[in-house]
Every structure is written in C-alpha cells, then in structure tokens.
Design a protein around this ligand. Structure first.
Ligand SMILES: [Zn+2]
Length: 140
C-alpha cells in the first residue's frame, strides 16, 4: 500500500472513538443500523480528511462539550455516590445482623446513635461506646 496515501490525513481522535462507541451501542437498537452506519462513515471520512485544522476544531469542541457535561453531572454524581454508599452500608449491616442474630445483639448508642454489637445472653452489660465513650447499661 502507498504510504503517501495516509500522509497528511487526520486519523483517529477521541471524538472518532466516541462516535464509534455510540455506533456500537445503537447498533443493538431496532432500525438504528442506518444511523450507526452513518456514524461509521463519518469516522472514516474524518480519518481520511486532509483538513486537519477543521477536524482538530471538532475534537476540541467535543472535549469542551464533554467537560461541560462532566461539570453539570458532578453534583448529581456525588449525590448518587452518597446514596449508593448509604444503601451498601445498610445492606452490609443488615446482612451482619441476620448472620449474627443468634450470637449477638445490636443496639444503638443512646448518645451518638452508632450501631454497637454486643454478645447475646450475658445479662446486664455495662457498655462503653467506642465512638463517643458514653456509658450505658444494656440487658442482652
Ligand atoms: Zn456513642
């Protein structure tokens, strides 16, 4: 193959890769193969383009758009992350309570509400919270 053919051509950039990814995803949707094909043709045309300035500008605008979207979504992402961790923690606590329900009792600290794990069947226990160091009596 003639290497001069590729000389001065733009090639593949993140924008092209993004278009290919979109093309691959929508290919799975009904009747979207035509859009998918159009995107692939666009990627090929961009790759063979000699107008590298125009292509670079597209890539730059794409990068800017992605950054804008990223900034807009970051508060939503943080909230979702917080909710996710809350659910994950609640699930693991629940799993632990179910697993150890025969050997341990779970009680919330009256002062800081931290969940404490106590051995079961020991009668009245003097409990000291490891977090806030408040002491209380609990019957197990
Ligand atoms: Zn406490």
């Amino acid at each position: 193959m003639d290497t001069h053919f590729f000389y001065g051509r733009y090639g593949v950039d993140p924008f092209s890769l993004f278009l290919l990814a979109v093309a691959a995803v929508i290919l799975g949707l009904p009747f979207m193969w035509i859009v998918s094909l159009a995107l692939i043709v666009l990627v090929v045309l961009r790759g063979f383009s000699r107008n590298t300035i125009a292509r670079s500008r597209e890539q730059w605008q794409f990068a800017r758009l992605m950054r804008t979207i990223g900034h807009a979504l970051s508060p939503v992402g943080r909230v979702l992350q917080k909710i996710f961790f809350m659910i994950a923690r609640a699930c693991s606590t629940l799993a632990l309570r179910i697993k150890e329900r025969k050997t341990n009792v779970f009680v919330h600290c009256p002062s800081c509400h931290k969940l404490l794990r106590l051995p079961k069947g020991r009668g009245k226990l003097a409990v000291t919270c490891p977090v806030c160091h408040c002491s209380f009596i609990h019957k197990t």
